[in-house]
Design a protein around this ligand. Structure first.
Ligand code: HEC
Ligand code: HEC
Ligand code: HEC
Ligand code: HEC
Ligand code: HEC
Length: 411
C-alpha cells in the first residue's frame, strides 16, 4: 500500500507537480520581439510533439533523432555533449525516482520528463483522454539519452539553430540541396530565454520564502551580466561549445568567484588572538552563487598542531547556499552570494600554545541536497528504483572538491 509507505521524499516530488509545463516564464521576457516570443512558446511546448514523418528525401541518418547520428556529421558537438549533465539528464538519480513514481504517482512522470527527456519519442506512454496510452512515436534509441540534440534543435524534422557566426540568418544555397534540408536560424538560440523554460520556474511553480525553487533566469535578469548583454550561452557555451559546465566543474566555479584570504598579522605569540578573514566575491557568475537549492559551499577554518592534528573546539565554518528542508517545505537559510556581491568569513581565536597552524579551505558540495534526499529515499522509498538510487547516492557522496586551501604557520 503506497499510502503507508509514502514518506517525505515522495511528497517532495509530488510538490513538483505544481511545476508549470508551458509558458514557464510568462511575460517577464524583455528584449525579444513578439515573433521571437511566439517562436519560443512554440519551440518549448512539452513534451515536444512527435516529429511525424520525415521528408522523403532524408536518408536514415538524417531521420534519426539519436545524438550519435547527429554526431556523424557534427562530431565536435557530440563529443562535448556526451560529457555533460544534459546527456545524463536521465541518469540513475532521476531514473530511480521515476521508477518509484511510475508506481505511486504516474501523473507526475511526464512532468519530470518535460525537462529531463523532453521529446515525445522518448516517452513510452503519453497522456491520453483516459489516462496514459501507448505512444506510437516511441523510439527506444533515444529513451534513456536525456536532453538530446533534437530536443533543442529539431521540430517536425525541421532543424533549427543559431544565426551563422557572421550573424546572418538566411541560407544562400537552396535548402533542399543541404543535409537535413538546411537549418532555420533564430536569434533566440543565443538568448538566455532559450534556456529559461527549464532553468526557471514560472509564476505557478513552487516557491519558498517568496522565491521560486528554481530562479536562475530571474537572478540573471537582475545581474550585471544581463545589463552587459551577456547571456547564459556566453558563459556556458563559450565559442558555441556544448559543454554547459556548472557547479560540478571546479574550473568553471573558480572562473566565477574571487577568493582572498588575509590575517591581521604574519606571526603570533602564544596568548595572542589570531584574526583571519576569507572573502568570496561573486565576480563572474551571472546569477546567485550557487543558483540552485542543491549545492552547498562550505568555508572551514581550524587550528592544527605540529603533528597536523586538529585542535578540539577550534573549528569554525560558514555555509554558502540556499538550504531547504529535504521535504521542500521550508527554506532554512539563504546565504548565497548575489552577482557582484561578496561574503566575508572571519576567524578569530586565542592561541594557547606554540607551533600552531591555521588550515582554511573552501569546499564545494555540488549535490549536498541530493545526498540527504537519496539517503531518505533509500530508507523510506517504494523500492522499485533502489539499485539506481544507490548508484546515484554513491556518486553524489563523492562529488565534493576543494577550490581554495591554505595551511599557514601562525607562531
Ligand atoms: C548527413 C550529415 C548531417 C547529419 C546527420 C546532421 N547534420 Fe546538421 N548539418 C549538416 C550540414 C552539412 C550543415 C550545414 C548546413 C548549412 O550550412 O546550412 C548542418 C547544420 C546544422 C546546424 C546549424 C549549424 C551552424 O553552422 O550554425 C545545426 C544546429 C544542426 N545541423 C543540427 C543537427 C542535429 C541536431 C542533427 C541530428 C538530429 C544533425 N544536425 C544531423 C550535416 C548533418
Ligand atoms: C523545470 C524543469 C525541471 C523539471 C520539471 C524537473 N527537473 Fe529535475 N532538474 C532540473 C534541473 C535544471 C536540474 C539541475 C539542477 C542541479 O544542478 O542540481 C535538475 C536536477 C535533478 C536531479 C539531480 C541530478 C541527477 O541527475 O541526479 C534529479 C534527481 C532530478 N532533477 C529529478 C527530477 C524529478 C524526479 C522530477 C519530477 C518530479 C524533476 N526532476 C523535474 C530541471 C527540472
Ligand atoms: C540544451 C540545448 C541544446 C542541446 C541539447 C544541443 N544544442 Fe546545439 N546549440 C544549442 C544552442 C543554444 C546553440 C547556439 C549557441 C551559441 O551560439 O552561443 C547551439 C549550436 C549548435 C550548432 C552550431 C555550432 C556552430 O559552431 O555554429 C550545432 C552544429 C549544434 N548546436 C549541434 C548540436 C548537436 C549535434 C547536439 C547533440 C550532440 C546539440 N547541438 C545539442 C543548444 C543545444
Ligand atoms: C529541456 C530542458 C532544458 C533546457 C532547454 C536547458 N537545460 Fe540545462 N539542464 C536541464 C536539466 C534537466 C539539467 C540537469 C541534468 C541532470 O543533472 O540530471 C540541466 C543542467 C544544466 C547545467 C549543469 C548544472 C550543474 O549541476 O553543473 C548547466 C550549466 C545548464 N543546464 C545550462 C543550460 C543552458 C546555458 C541552457 C540554454 C542554452 C540550458 N541549460 C537549456 C534542462 C535543460
Ligand atoms: C557571467 C557568466 C554566467 C552567466 C551569464 C550565467 N552563468 Fe550559470 N554559472 C556561471 C558560473 C561561473 C557557474 C559556476 C558557479 C555556480 O555554480 O554558481 C554557473 C553555474 C550554473 C549552474 C549550476 C548550478 C548551480 O547551482 O550553480 C546552472 C544550472 C547555470 N549556471 C545555469 C545558467 C543559466 C540558465 C543562465 C542564464 C539564465 C546562466 N547560468 C547564466 C556563470 C554564468
Amino acid at each position: 500500500m503506497p499510502g503507508r509507505r509514502i514518506g517525505w521524499p515522495v511528497r517532495a516530488v509530488l510538490a513538483l507537480l505544481l511545476l508549470p509545463l508551458t509558458a514557464a516564464i510568462g511575460d517577464t521576457r524583455s528584449g525579444l520581439s513578439p515573433a521571437e516570443r511566439e517562436f519560443l512558446d512554440r519551440h518549448w511546448r512539452r513534451p515536444v510533439p512527435p516529429q511525424g514523418d520525415p521528408p522523403a528525401r532524408f536518408s536514415a541518418i538524417e531521420r534519426s533523432l539519436a545524438p550519435a547520428s547527429c554526431g556523424t556529421c557534427h562530431p565536435t558537438q557530440f563529443t562535448d555533449w556526451k560529457t555533460t549533465r544534459h546527456a545524463r539528464a536521465l541518469g540513475p538519480g532521476v531514473a530511480g525516482q521515476l521508477a518509484d513514481l511510475a508506481k505511486i504517482a504516474p501523473a507526475v512522470v511526464p512532468n519530470c520528463l518535460a525537462c529531463h527527456a523532453p521529446l515525445a519519442e522518448q516517452q513510452p506512454t503519453l497522456a491520453g483522454a483516459s489516462g496514459p496510452a501507448a505512444n506510437p512515436a516511441f523510439d527506444a534509441a533515444v529513451e534513456q539519452q536525456g536532453l538530446v540534440c533534437a530536443a533543442c534543435h529539431v521540430r517536425r524534422h525541421e532543424h533549427f539553430g543559431p544565426p551563422r557566426r557572421d550573424g546572418t540568418l538566411e541560407s544562400t544555397a537552396p535548402r533542399s540541396s543541404l543535409p537535413h534540408n538546411g537549418v532555420t536560424r533564430s536569434r533566440t538560440f543565443v538568448r538566455s530565454e532559450f534556456c529559461a523554460s527549464c532553468h526557471q520556474f514560472g509564476p505557478s511553480g513552487l516557491t519558498l520564502n517568496g522565491k521560486p525553487l528554481e530562479n536562475t533566469y530571474d537572478e540573471w535578469r537582475a545581474s550585471p551580466a544581463a545589463r552587459e548583454g551577456r547571456q547564459c550561452q556566453d558563459c556556458h557555451m563559450p565559442d558555441r561549445r556544448h559543454l554547459w559546465r556548472g557547479i560540478h566543474d571546479p574550473d568553471m566555479v573558480k572562473s566565477g568567484v574571487r577568493i582572498s584570504f588575509t590575517t591581521d598579522r604574519r606571526r603570533y605569540r602564544p596568548g595572542e588572538e589570531v584574526r583571519a578573514t576569507l572573502s568570496i566575491a561573486n565576480t563572474n557568475v551571472g546569477h546567485f552563487f550557487p543558483t540552485y537549492v542543491t549545492p552547498m559551499v562550505v568555508v572551514r577554518a581550524v587550528l592544527t598542531d605540529a603533528q597536523g592534528g586538529t585542535i578540539a573546539g577550534s573549528e569554525q565554518q560558514m555555509s554558502i547556499g540556499r538550504d531547504v528542508t529535504p521535504s521542500l517545505s521550508q527554506e532554512r537559510a539563504d546565504t548565497r552570494i548575489a552577482p557582484g556581491g561578496r561574503l566575508t568569513f572571519t576567524y578569530s581565536r586565542r592561541l594557547d600554545r606554540p607551533g600552531l597552524r591555521l588550515a582554511v579551505a573552501v569546499t564545494v558540495f555540488p549535490d549536498y541536497f541530493y545526498v540527504r534526499f537519496f539517503e531518505a529515499i533509500l530508507a523510506n522509498g517504494v523500492g522499485l528504483g533502489t539499485a539506481q538510487i544507490r548508484e546515484a547516492f554513491d556518486e553524489t557522496r563523492r562529488s565534493s572538491y576543494t577550490i581554495f586551501s591554505r595551511d599557514m604557520p601562525l607562531t
